[in-house]
Design a protein around this ligand. Structure first.
Ligand code: NAP
Length: 338
C-alpha cells in the first residue's frame, strides 16, 4: 500500500546511551476507530531520555521499546469515532514515551493540539521543560510580586524557562551557573542576577539581594550546589529538587529542618500529567503557548540531527556545555508516500 517505512529509535537492553539506541524500520501503522495517526516532525533529546537508555529513570519501559519522551508533528489520518482532531492539526505528544519515530498511533487524550503559528521545533519542546518550570513556580509557594527565587543549572532548558516565566510574572531570579560565559546571555534573557555556582557567587548574590527573603529554591544538580541554594532560603522557605545532573545526593543540615523550618520537596512532571484534570493541563499549556507565541519563552537549540545520526545525536546530547537542546528531525521528505 505504501513505500514508506516508520523509522523508530529502539532500545533492546539498557546501557551506555549512544551504544544501546538503535534505528529500526517498521511498517507504517494504520489508525483504527478511536485512533489518530501523527507524522512526527521534531523531538528533543532530554536528560530523561538518556536516563531511560541507561536504565536509571523513575519509570522504565518493558524492552524492546521505542523510546523518546516528547515530540510533535501533524495529524495525517483519523480513525472513525473521532471528531476532535482533523488532518493537518499540529499536535504534541502528551502521554507518550515512544516519540522517537516517524509515525505515532495515538488516542486523542494522549495528544494536545497546538496553534499552527507555533514553530514546530518549539512545539516539540513544549511538553516537558516549560511545564516543569511552570509547576516549579506555581505549585509550592504562593509567590508575590518581586519575590526572589534561587535556582542552579540556570542555563538548562528548565532553568531558562524558569527565568522567562518568572520575568513574565514579575518574580525575580538569582541564577547559579557553572560557566562565566553564561552570565551575559542569561542576563540579556531576563535573569535578574547570574552568578557562578561557588561560594564567591553566593556571597555576591547575598550582597545584591540584601535582606530580601528568598522563598523558593529550585535544584537540578544536588550535592554542594543544592546545599548552596538551600542555604539562601529564608525561614520556612521551600526547596524543590526536580533533577540530579550532578548525580550527588542532597545534604541537608539538621538545623535547616529544625531551626529554619525549611520545606524540602520534589517534583516529577509525569506524576502531574498522569493525575491532574485535563482542563488544568490544557490551561497550563495554553498559557505557555501564549508566552511562546509572543517570543517570551525561548527554548534554545544547539543542533539538529537526522534519525540516521542517532549515535552522534546522543553523543552530543550527553555532552556538557551545550548551547541548547539537541533535536531529532523526523520531518517527511518530499518523496514520502502513504
Ligand atoms: N522532575 C521533572 O519532572 C523534570 C522535568 C524536566 C527536567 N528534569 C530534570 O531537570 C534537569 C535539567 O533538564 P533540562 O532538560 O533542562 O537540561 P538541559 O537543557 O539538557 O541542560 C543540562 C543542564 O545541566 C547542567 N549540567 C550537566 N552536567 C552537570 C553536572 N555534572 N553538574 C552540574 N550541572 C550539570 C548543564 O550545565 P552546562 O551547560 O554548564 O554543562 C545544564 O545547565 C535534568 O536533571 C532533568 O532530568 C526533571
Amino acid at each position: 500500500m505504501n513505500n514508506t517505512t516508520n523509522r523508530q529509535i529502539t532500545l533492546h537492553h539498557f546501557g551506555s546511551p549512544a551504544e544501546v539506541a538503535q534505528l529500526k524500520r517498521n511498517p507504517v501503522p494504520e489508525p483504527k476507530p478511536g485512533e489518530v495517526l501523527v507524522r512526527s516532525h521534531y523531538a528533543p533529546i532530554n536528560p530523561a531520555d538518556l536516563n531511560v537508555l541507561e536504565g536509571r529513570y523513575g519509570k522504565l519501559p518493558p524492552l524492546p521499546a521505542v523510546i523518546g519522551n516528547e515530540g510533535g508533528g501533524r495529524v495525517i489520518d483519523v480513525g472513525g469515532d473521532i471528531d476532535t482532531f482533523c488532518t493537518g492539526d499540529q499536535v504534541i505528544y502528551l502521554q507518550r514515551n515512544d516519540c522517537w519515530q516517524d509515525f505515532v498511533l495515538a488516542r486523542p487524550e494522549q495528544l494536545l493540539i497546538v496553534p499552527d503559528a507555533l514553530d514546530p521545533m518549539a512545539a516539540s519542546m513544549l511538553k516537558i521543560n516549560p511545564s516543569t518550570a511552570w509547576l516549579l513556580l506555581h505549585h509550592f509557594v504562593d509567590l508575590q510580586p518581586a519575590d526572589w527565587i534561587v535556582q542552579n543549572a540556570s542555563n538548562s532548558g528548565v532553568g531558562q524557562a524558569v527565568i522567562a516565566i518568572a520575568k513574565a510574572k514579575g518574580w525575580r531570579t538569582v541564577n547559579f551557573v557553572r560557566r562565566d560565559e553564561l552570565i551575559a546571555p542569561l542576563s540579556a534573557a531576563g535573569a535578574d542576577l547570574v552568578v557562578l555556582d561557588n561560594d564567591a557567587g553566593k556571597a555576591t548574590a547575598l550582597e545584591a539581594i540584601g535582606n530580601a527573603p528568598v522563598r523558593l529554591a529550585l535544584n537540578a544538580v544536588g550535592g554542594d550546589s543544592a546545599l548552596r541554594i538551600m542555604s539562601m532560603l529564608a525561614e520556612a522557605g521551600t526547596h524543590v529538587t526536580y533533577g540530579a545532573m550532578g548525580r550527588r545526593p542532597l545534604k541537608i543540615p539538621n538545623s535547616f529542618l529544625i531551626f529554619k523550618g525549611l520545606h524540602v520537596r520534589g517534583l516529577w512532571l509525569s506524576r502531574w500529567l498522569n493525575s491532574a484534570p485535563r482542563a488544568e493541563i490544557e490551561n497550563v499549556y495554553s498559557e505557555l503557548v501564549q508566552l511562546m507565541l509572543k517570543g517570551k519563552l525561548p527554548q534554545p537549540i544547539d543542533c539538529v540531527f537526522a534519525p540516521e545520526q542517532i549515535v552522534q545525536a546522543i553523543q552530543k546530547a550527553s555532552q556538557p556545555r551545550r548551547d541548547g537542546k539537541v533535536l531529532l528531525d523526523f520531518r517527511p521528505t518530499g518523496s514520502e508516500e502513504r
